[in-house]
Design a protein. Structure first.
Length: 402
């Protein structure tokens, strides 16, 4: 099937520690919370408008990415996520990501801030896993028209000083010994942001109004006498700027689908999707977000596919001696499991062999019984024959005497 990675989402179910709550108590509690929300609604309207498209989660939602079939397996804790439908509602000109032009071609994978050879081992594993999740693109013979999407993995590293100074005081200094969870001077909070974009190209070097006509977005010319009035933005009847032409110039700023930043201008080496994007033509590139968005934190890395020893853990740090002890316990557990499996297989073979031997013995006993019955029958027949011969001989002797 060509399966290289397995992704699974899981969510923990937290039981109520206080036991079952009655329906009336639950309704009363929810009503009190609604009353509090109504009191603070006016102060939080602006914050809700900015955060309505982002869902914040507690500690219950996790994502596991495992390389098939031997591993490793990376476990992430989902901090925030945004669905594709929410992103489309915030966009002026959304793009349908279900079109074959986007689905049939693999995206370009960009890993940002993951470092190089000097990066920590777990960061290297993340970068390699993200890169191998998608088919590789050969830059020497790839067609430019097939590069329609970009998947971005951005690593954000924040060093939070747990012993930070307060009011100009002096922060404590680490003694350099091996530190366990909660004893480190700095807390490394590494978050991975996942973004999904569509690549859009727009021809530049021509007037915006001409570009609209090239892209088959025909304007309304019912109040103009000639198309030159639309291009020049004037009207022969009014002597000034026409309302139809002015409607396209309102605002004066570029829209989200017409990037005017010169840093995005490139000369296309091949023909690209979209009208006006011909070979050797200068076009402006823009990324339009498709979604979904993910903000997650690496929690654990396992060596195998959902099993094996733990190579990295974000919250639990082990000393080399503890790691060696855990490894030995894991090896002993595997050896014990293997020995039990071998014993079970040997027991199964022994039982099958005993069953077969019992069957053979039963068949042998049955054959012996059949032989005995046949011998008894033969003896009975022989006795009957001898009796008949004696009777015949007696009869013949009596006839002779008479």
């Amino acid at each position: 099937m060509g399966v290289t990675h397995i992704l699974s989402f899981s969510q923990r179910n937290y039981n109520n520690r206080r036991g079952n709550v009655s329906a009336a108590a639950t309704v009363a509690l929810l009503k009190n919370e609604e009353d509090k929300d109504d009191d603070d609604e006016d102060d939080e309207d602006e914050e809700k408008d900015n955060e309505e498209s982002t869902t914040k989660i507690g500690r219950g939602l996790y994502l596991r990415i495992g390389r098939f079939p031997l591993g490793p397996t990376l476990g992430f804790q989902i901090k925030q996520f945004t669905l594709c439908s929410h992103i489309k509602k915030l966009q002026k000109r959304p793009i349908d990501a279900t079109l074959p032009a986007y689905q049939d071609n693999s995206p370009i994978v960009v890993t940002n801030n993951f470092g190089g050879a000097e990066a920590p081992p777990h960061v290297k594993i993340m970068r390699i896993t993200f890169q191998n999740m998608f088919p590789a693109i050969n830059v020497t013979n790839v067609k430019l028209s097939n590069c329609r999407r970009v998947v971005l993995f951005n690593l954000i590293t924040n060093n939070k000083n747990k012993g930070a100074a307060v009011d100009g005081g002096t922060a404590p200094v680490s003694d350099g010994e091996s530190e366990k969870e909660g004893d480190s001077e700095y807390e490394h909070d590494e978050l991975v942001e996942v973004r999904h974009y569509a690549i859009k190209a727009t021809p530049v070097g021509v007037d915006r109004k001409v570009r609209r006509i090239i892209q088959s977005r025909l304007p309304n010319l019912n109040k103009l006498d000639d198309i030159s009035e639309y291009i020049l933005g004037t009207s022969s009847t009014t002597g000034g700027t026409s309302s139809a032409a002015a409607s396209y110039d309102a605002g004066g700023a570029a829209s989200d689908s017409e990037p005017e930043d010169e840093a995005t201008h490139v000369v296309l080496p091949q023909k690209y999707a979209g009208k006006g994007n011909a070979k050797s033509q200068k076009s402006a590139l823009k990324l339009v977000e498709l979604g979904p968005r993910l903000t997650m934190k690496l929690v654990k890395v396992e060596r195998g596919l959902g099993s094996g020893d733990v190579m990295y853990h974000a919250f639990i740090q082990k000393t080399p001696e503890e790691a060696m002890e855990l490894k030995q316990k894991a090896e002993q557990k595997v050896a014990l499991k293997k020995r039990r499996r071998e014993e079970q297989e040997a027991n199964v073979e022994r039982k099958l062999r005993e069953k077969e031997e019992k069957k053979q013995r039963k068949l042998m006993r049955k054959e012996e019984q059949n032989k005995k019955i046949m011998e008894e029958l033969r003896r009975g027949n022989a006795a009957e024959d001898s009796e008949e011969e004696e009777e015949e001989s007696d009869e013949s002797g009596s006839e002779v005497e008479e």
